[in-house]
Design a protein around this ligand. Structure first.
Ligand SMILES: [Zn+2]
Length: 124
């Protein structure tokens, strides 16, 4: 597991590289202000995902650029407009972050190549 102490982040981007399953997450973390840090990275590799049309499980190739903010603990400030992941542990668990990003990707609408374009032709 890769743990990055939140307190060690500063204005110099800190590079990281973690992998979970067949995915690789490369990027960096930089402290912005107060309790807020920013993550920029790219997720590559493959995940098994269910087609939302035929429910077949297929392998999806990823090349996702991700960028979001992290907060050191719970934030109660009026920063709701930002996409903030609250880190409630002293260390940022990078594999855990990658895991939740993959879950997000999996929860997105997905249509396999077999079903692409077919949905409109179907007559009910
Ligand atoms: Zn399908």
């Amino acid at each position: 597991m890769t743990y990055i102490p939140f307190k060690h982040l500063n204005s110099t981007p800190l590079d990281f590289e973690v992998s979970v399953g067949n995915t690789l997450f490369i990027g960096n973390l930089v402290h912005k202000k107060g309790k807020i840090a920013q993550l920029n990275g790219t997720i590559t590799g493959t995940v098994l995902i269910f087609c939302d049309v035929c429910a077949e499980q297929v392998e999806k190739t990823l090349n996702e650029e991700v960028s979001f903010y992290l907060s050191d603990g719970i934030i109660s400030e009026n920063e709701n407009e930002l996409d903030i992941v609250e880190i409630t542990t002293p260390m940022i668990e990078m594999e855990e972050l990658l895991h939740s990003e993959i879950e997000l990707i999996k929860s997105d609408y997905f249509c396999c190549s077999q079903c692409e374009g077919k949905t409109l032709d179907k007559e009910f």
